[in-house]
Ligand binder design. Structure first.
Ligand code: 3PG
Length: 306
């Protein structure tokens, strides 16, 4: 059996070593395709693989159909919007993610971006503090929970909105539950986005929703760029000169945003929320273990396609 690690954005070396240990201990072969620049390289590498570990790498129908032996794709991370689930199901390929494994890393970055925002992008001017401020967590999953935990350490008042969780469940973790997304945005000066990119959520962060935000608010996006309505974000920022937007995923209009709002807009150059040695090892080794357990025992616990 051949397990391919295909990562345009490579894992830390210790994570690759950990993955190799798991795969070789199981008696399988590990193939590595890192920092590839052409889709054709991925297609070529997938051809002979039985299993693939990826990150945000695009696994579309063409890639899936190019494979002769592929049985499983594991997205070492949370979001699997980069995998064509239908094409995988049609070829009887199991798709999994590794929920929670990189959540702390993303959450730490979200708080780091909040500090960067309130300290005026470290430009030397007098800023403000997070202590006592209201933080709204938009979707209370693995990353949202970690953001709540760390934000409480900063002394923030933490609120959350999640249509898939009961208020009791959220409140049992010491977080105030609100009943609508509008209520979250009108209550909290800080919003941290943790929604996946789905047909319902794409473009859902629009001007009408943002207009609920109180004065001097800050939006942090460590989720996906697709959930933002980019044109309406520009229009909102032009009107609301007190608002800041910091993102870990450069939008299509990154250059325009940088030019128009240099003091109120920031994007990391490449998504780096999960880019820590710890998160790479957690997610990568979990992916390797899930592959071995699937191939040897048929365990489909983390399967995301039907
Ligand atoms: C995720 O969905 O797990 C995060 O967005 C991390 O993505 P990455 O592995 O491409 O850094």
């Amino acid at each position: 059996m051949k397990v391919l690690v295909a990562t345009d954005k490579p894992f830390a070396p210790e994570a690759v070593k950990g993955i190799r240990d798991v795969i070789e201990k199981a008696g399988y072969e590990l193939a590595l395709l890192e920092k590839y620049t052409e889709k054709s390289q991925l297609i070529e590498a997938v051809k002979t693989a039985d299993a693939v570990i990826i990150r945000s790498d695009i696994i579309d129908k063409e890639v899936i159909d190019a494979s002769d032996n592929l049985k499983i794709v594991v997205r070492a991370g949370a979001g699997y919007d980069n995998v064509d689930l239908e094409a995988a199901t049609a070829k009887n390929v199991c798709v999994m993610n590794t929920p929670g494994q990189n959540a702390n890393a993303v959450a730490e970055l979200a708080l780091g971006l909040m500090v960067y925002a309130v300290r005026n992008f470290f430009n030397g001017t007098s800023g403000s503090e997070l202590l006592g401020k209201k933080l709204g967590i938009h979707a209370y999953g693995n990353v949202g929970r970690n953001v709540a935990r760390i934000a409480k350490g900063f002394g923030m008042e933490v609120y959350a909105y999640d249509p898939f969780l009961s208020a009791d469940k959220i409140e049992s973790e010491g977080v105030k539950a609100v009943s609508s997304v509008e209520e979250l945005y009108s209550t909290c000066q800080f919003i941290s986005l943790h929604i996946p990119a789905t047909s319902e959520t794409k473009q859902s962060i629009n001007k009408i929703l943002l207009s609920n935000l109180p004065a001097k608010s800050v939006l942090i996006n460590t989720a996906r760029k697709e959930v933002i309505n980019e044109a309406e974000m520009v229009s909102f920022m032009e009107e609301r000169t007190d608002f800041k937007y910091l993102t870990d995923i450069p939008p299509a209009n990154n250059t325009e945003m940088q030019e128009k709002f240099p003091d109120r807009y920031f994007s990391t150059p490449k998504k780096m929320g999960a880019q820590t040695a710890e998160a790479n090892s957690n997610a990568g080794i979990a992916a390797a273990n899930q592959i071995v357990d699937f191939l040897k025992n048929g365990n489909e616990k983390f399967r995301v396609n039907k």
